[in-house]
Design a protein around this ligand. Structure first.
Ligand code: ZN
Length: 100
């Protein structure tokens, strides 16, 4: 018998239920990046947005997996400045971890 491979035991991100912070619509998967109830932008890690896309959006709700709650980003550029040197790590954790 062969031992179980490491990859089998690796944590996989499953779709988790989210609740819109604005209208309380519940979802785990959605086709558009918007709430179906009220239309606001709700970005989750699996959206895998690029920095460029986020810069274009500028203002949006973003799921914070570390705290398991929504975070409203009012100004992406300013948010990045505040995060400073730790931003790269934060960014890759939030937006890349889900796809690896
Ligand atoms: Zn909503």
């Amino acid at each position: 018998m062969s031992p179980k491979s490491r990859t089998e035991r690796t944590f996989k991100l499953r779709p988790q239920p989210y609740r819109c912070p604005h209208c309380s619509w519940e979802f785990s998967l959605r086709k558009k990046k918007c709430c179906r109830g009220c239309g606001i932008l709700l970005l989750i890690p699996t959206d895998n947005m690029s920095d460029q896309q986020l810069t274009a959006l500028n203002s949006f709700w973003m799921w914070d997996p570390a705290n398991e709650r929504w975070k409203f980003i009012q100004n992406w550029e300013e948010h990045k400045r505040k995060a400073g040197a730790t931003f790269d790590a934060y960014f890759s954790k939030v937006f890349s971890a889900a796809t690896t």
